[in-house]
Design a protein around this ligand. Structure first.
Ligand code: NAD
Length: 243
């Protein structure tokens, strides 16, 4: 039998990049996947995939999060993948950017966790996986202040949830990627003007000499959904960036 058979998995930001690859990987592992995103066109690219049901969900909205989880749950696994990358140092960072980064990168995870936890506790278990980054409390990365502040908070949230519920069957871990080939990374490279130079610079910071793939990160998400003796950890998956 498959490792996630009879498990219900909720993925946020599943329309593209790591979230999309993870929805597909969870489904291949036998799970019933509810793939959510704010972008209907991106979500449509998953329609017709075996074991995947798609739902529009803006994780910035409390009521939408609560109602989608009430209707489509209960869930055994929650993968909080939604996040946004701001560029800039502490002096470049506008308050509104920091507020937005906190709302999307951190508070959205608080929202979904609050909505799934009660039924996980009732049913005696669950796995929560939060998307952080090595750009966080793990590594200082230039020009990523708002991003790194919020991704460090994701690691704190992860450890806090893990500590509070470890005796009640709940596991909570964070994934901390290096640089991963995704649509938003493409946008960031294009936005820098010289695409080839930007790409070369991203690759240069990865000691393995290449970018990661969404599928490689998805494999770790599936592993953490089934890794029954691990909780509260921040897993770097970064092509050797933090060796
Ligand atoms: P991406 O940035 O290309 O796609 C993000 C997805 O999030 C999009 O489908 C978008 O529609 C969705 N989204 C945006 N706002 C939303 C909202 N309010 N509600 C629901 N969905 C929303 O994908 P990616 O680069 O694979 O990034 C996914 C996660 O991985 C993010 O949390 C990111 O910070 C993290 N991460 C990415 C990298 C990388 O190099 N790509 C590295 C480390 C961490």
């Amino acid at each position: 039998s498959l490792p996630l058979e009879n498990k219900r998995v909720l993925v946020t930001a599943a329309g593209q990049g790591i979230g999309r690859a993870s929805a597909l990987a969870f489904a291949r592992a036998g799970a019933d996947v509810v793939a959510t995103d704010i972008n209907a066109d991106a979500l449509n690219s998953l329609s017709g995939e075996t074991n995947i049901e798609t739902r529009l969900l803006d994780v910035l909205k409390d009521e939408a999060v609560a109602s989608v989880i009430a209707e489509a749950g209960p869930f055994d696994v929650l993968f909080n993948c939604a996040g946004f990358v701001h560029s800039g140092s502490v002096l470049d960072m506008a308050d509104k950017d920091l507020d937005f980064a906190f709302d999307l990168n951190v508070r959205a995870m608080v929202r979904t966790i609050r909505a799934v936890l009660p039924s996980m506790l009732e049913r005696g278990g669950g796995a929560i996986i939060n998307m952080a980054s090595v750009a966080s409390s793990i590594k200082g990365v230039p020009n990523r202040c708002a991003y790194s502040v919020t991704k460090a908070a994701v690691i704190g949230l992860t450890k806090s949830v893990a500590a509070d519920y470890v005796s009640q069957g709940i596991r909570c871990n964070a994934i901390c990627p290096g640089t991963v080939e995704s649509p938003s990374l493409q946008d960031r490279m294009k936005a820098q003007g010289d695409y080839e130079a930007a790409r070369a610079a991203f690759i240069a910071r990865q000691p393995m000499g290449r970018l990661g793939t969404p599928e490689e990160i998805a494999d770790l998400a599936v592993h953490l959904a089934t890794a029954t003796y691990t909780t509260g950890q921040a897993y770097a998956i970064d092509g050797g960036w933090t060796i």
